[in-house]
Design a protein around this ligand. Structure first.
Ligand code: GRF
Length: 194
């Protein structure tokens, strides 16, 4: 397959979802490939992971910008210089402006570690445990200018066990994320192809 959809992945931290996305893309029949990885901070561990996988990885350090729009313009330019067609936020810890969201409308998705609309924002595992939820999980959704608000595309559910801690629950959700994100991107990429 030569006409794969070119995906740009934006990260801020560990990059384990980016790694899962990129690993799945090595399969010959995967309808997308990872065109570039961008981190918003130089110490994002995922940058090293991306380098190890020989992916074009680049830091656009938010701290170097006083103006959010300039920061987002540089991200946009970098994505376009790599002919990116679709953007996956994977632990990217910034809310993007409506300018950026509009430019990537219907081509910008995020993964969130809860069963949205439950638990937008941070500390989702702790909140699921505190609420006594029997199930927890993760969501892939379209990105709009709100926080964790766009329409839901796919979800994966995991059980909450009686002896779960935040860490054990987080690990179970992460494992589900690593399956859900590549699978969802492949579905979306397949739909984009002529
Ligand atoms: C994931 O749990 C994702 O749902 C959230 O941030 C975390 C990123 O993890 N948005 P990683 O950097 O992919 O390991």
């Amino acid at each position: 397959m030569t006409d794969k959809v070119r995906v740009g992945v934006l990260i801020s931290g560990q990059g384990s979802n980016m790694q899962a996305i990129a690993h799945a893309a090595t399969a010959a029949n995967c309808p997308y490939n990872v065109a570039c990885v961008i981190a918003d901070r130089p110490n994002a561990a995922g940058l090293q992971l991306a380098n190890n996988m020989n992916l074009p990885a680049h830091c656009i350090d938010k701290k170097q910008y006083s103006n959010k729009l300039e920061f987002e313009r540089d991200i946009d330019n970098h994505l376009r210089s790599h002919n990116v067609q679709f953007v996956a936020l994977a632990g990217f810890m910034r809310i993007l402006s409506s300018w950026f969201v509009d430019r990537w409308q219907a081509k910008l998705v995020n993964i969130h570690p809860s069963l949205l609309p439950k638990y937008k924002g941070l500390h989702t595992h702790e909140r699921a445990l505190d609420a006594g939820d029997p199930e927890h999980g993760c969501t892939i959704h379209w990105v709009n200018a709100g926080m964790d608000e766009g329409d839901i595309i796919t979800q994966a559910t995991v059980p909450v066990l009686l002896d779960d801690t935040e860490d054990t629950l987080a690990a179970r959700v992460k494992a589900a994320e690593h399956k859900l994100y590549p699978k969802t991107l492949a579905q979306l990429a397949a739909q984009m192809k002529p």
